[in-house]
Ligand binder design. Structure first.
Ligand code: MTE
Ligand code: MO
Length: 513
């Protein structure tokens, strides 16, 4: 039975009010963050906190399933959940506004907690989720009151108009605020800063030239150098940190004789070198795409560590990015005379793209990215393994992270239909800092055949391979395995990417017609 004394808002209007309350909160919070500190946007801060709190298996699944789109998927998922919560709270508030108000306060508090726990945001940044909370609360309460007015006056035209106009105004205001926040957040002009870095890059001592025939791209392998736009990207940053070279400073401290504070100008005043390095992610499945090669320009990291003077007893370099991600690299590796780790400022002759760490990142040949490739690096502390556990180590990944020797079939494509006759099989192999010595390939479990290898650039870069087979029509499976210069041949034993990188032979099935 309908209670005639307390008017009820019709369900569609109630749902709309709930949704608009959420939109107002998000729009206002994004705008406030745009003015104060882009990372303080409640939506982004909660997304970042969600990424950090996600168990490694789920994160691994997300990377595997959605690849580089994992953050977009998270954003869409959050939008769906928030919209659902808004609608639900609206429907629960058809008489009294309490449920909707509770949601506004609850989400606002969640945003404040997410911002508070970000290592890269100051107390001041808490204003953004606070603005969000009050905007959501205000918009919801006001609309709720107007909807009840409509009910109380039995739909008097002027009350109805007030409610509808108010709804449209709040929706438009939320949208515009969100947009303005987005634009303000981009006011840090990364492109202009990159333009100031570009002229510095040609000063670097040239990399070992890439020999002709370094890839078999014509046969379907990747090109030897990966264009910056195609270079794989893996990181925990929900929004790409936007830094300017002019503002950048790196502190090298901890167990050192002399603490160093290096500005970007100081950095590029040191000898610049180019090194071509193949990078791999530990999350790369057998046959996966997270391996790419670039010529990086930068400053030798070992030289900087020697300048700072590493004290005896130290065994780890702990590095931190501007967004608080941490990495630990074995000092035994970084101090090897010929390892060649860099603080890189350039990638394939261009300043680092923002997604790849502008203005400065680390690159360590032969180590997976999570132990040696800190992007947006701002701090380096010489310490011990006992004293500091970096981000992924706390989540169960291996401490040392040497890249495992691997190979991949690139062509034919999986499940391709290939015309009968001579079939070209081609792929990629890598064994960074050891070097690939041979790749073998076989079809349908037959005898292994030695593939032709592309010309080698250095031991730190990948090599391509190719072989030709005469195959009868029907289905075929091709497999490959690499042997590196230490004499190690890839094991057939399958290992998961967790905790220290996948093993096993890659295979592909295709049909000859
Ligand atoms: N700041 C920061 N640096 C980071 C990461 C990160 O999450 N944050 N991820 C690391 C991982 S796991 C890899 S594999 C490489 C990837 O570098 P890329 O995105 O330039 O290919 O960056 C490393 N550096
Ligand atoms: Mo990685």
């Amino acid at each position: 039975m309908e209670d005639m004394d307390t008017p009820r808002i019709p369900a569609p209007a109630a749902a709309l009010i709930g949704l608009l309350g959420v939109l107002a909160a998000l729009g206002a919070g994004h705008l406030a963050a745009g003015v104060l500190e882009p990372g303080a946007s409640p939506l982004l801060a909660v997304g970042n906190a969600a990424i950090d709190a996600t168990p490694a298996v789920v994160k691994d699944f997300a990377v595997r399933t959605f690849g580089t789109a994992d953050k977009l998927v998270l954003l869409i998922g959050m939008a769906v959940v928030l919209a659902g919560l808004g609608v639900l709270a609206g429907l629960l508030s058809r008489r009294a506004p309490r449920a909707g108000q509770a949601l506004a306060v609850g989400l606002g508090a969640l945003g404040m907690l997410a911002v508070y726990t970000r290592p890269d945001l100051g107390q001041f940044a808490l204003l953004a989720p606070a603005v969000s909370l009050f905007a959501g609360l205000g918009a919801f309460t006001w609309l709720h009151g107007r909807a009840l007015d409509v009910r109380a006056t039995d739909g008097l035209a002027q009350d109805r108009r007030r409610f509808l106009l108010g709804s449209v105004a709040i929706a438009a205001g939320a949208g515009l605020s969100g947009l303005a926040g987005q634009l303000l957040g981009r006011r840090v002009d990364v492109a202009a800063s990159q333009d100031t870095v570009a002229p510095v890059l040609p000063r670097a001592a040239k990399a070992t030239p890439i020999p002709p025939g370094a890839d078999f791209a014509a046969d379907g392998t990747p090109t030897f150098l990966t264009p910056n736009a195609d270079f794989y990207r893996i990181d925990t940053a929900f929004s790409v940190p936007r830094l300017r070279a002019e503002d950048w400073e790196l502190r090298i401290h901890g167990m050192v004789e002399r603490e160093l504070r290096i500005s970007f100008a100081d950095l590029v005043n040191r000898p610049l070198v180019e090194r071509t390095i193949t990078m791999t992610c530990v999350s790369n499945e057998v046959g996966g795409p997270y391996v790419s090669t670039a010529t990086f320009t930068g400053v030798d990291l070992r030289a900087l560590l020697l300048e700072a003077g590493v004290k005896t007893g130290a065994d780890q370099l702990a590095t931190t990015s501007s967004d608080g991600w941490t990495c630990g690299t074995p000092l035994s590796v970084l101090l090897e005379p010929d390892r060649g780790a860099l603080l890189a400022i350039g990638m394939n002759g261009r300043p680092l793209p923002a997604e790849h760490g502008f203005p400065v990142r680390m690159v360590t040949p032969g180590l997976y990215g999570y132990v040696g490739a800190t992007k947006w690096i701002v701090e380096a502390e010489v310490t011990t393994f006992a004293d500091f556990e970096p981000y992924w180590i706390r989540r169960g990944w291996g401490r040392l992270g040497p890249v495992k020797t691997q190979s991949r079939v690139d062509r034919p494509n999986g499940f391709a239909k290939v015309p009968a006759g001579r079939v070209v099989v081609a792929g990629t192999a890598w064994a960074q800092h050891t070097g690939v010595s041979t790749v073998e390939v076989r079809v349908d479990g037959g005898p292994w055949r030695t593939a032709t290898l592309s010309a080698e650039s250095t031991v730190d870069t990948w090599r391509m391979w190719r072989a030709e087979f005469d195959l009868a029509p029907g289905g075929h499976t091709v497999e490959c395995r690499a042997t590196d210069r230490s004499g190690y041949t890839q094991t057939a034993q399958r290992a998961d990417v967790v905790p220290d990188g996948a093993t096993g032979w890659h295979s592909k099935f295709f049909t000859v017609t």
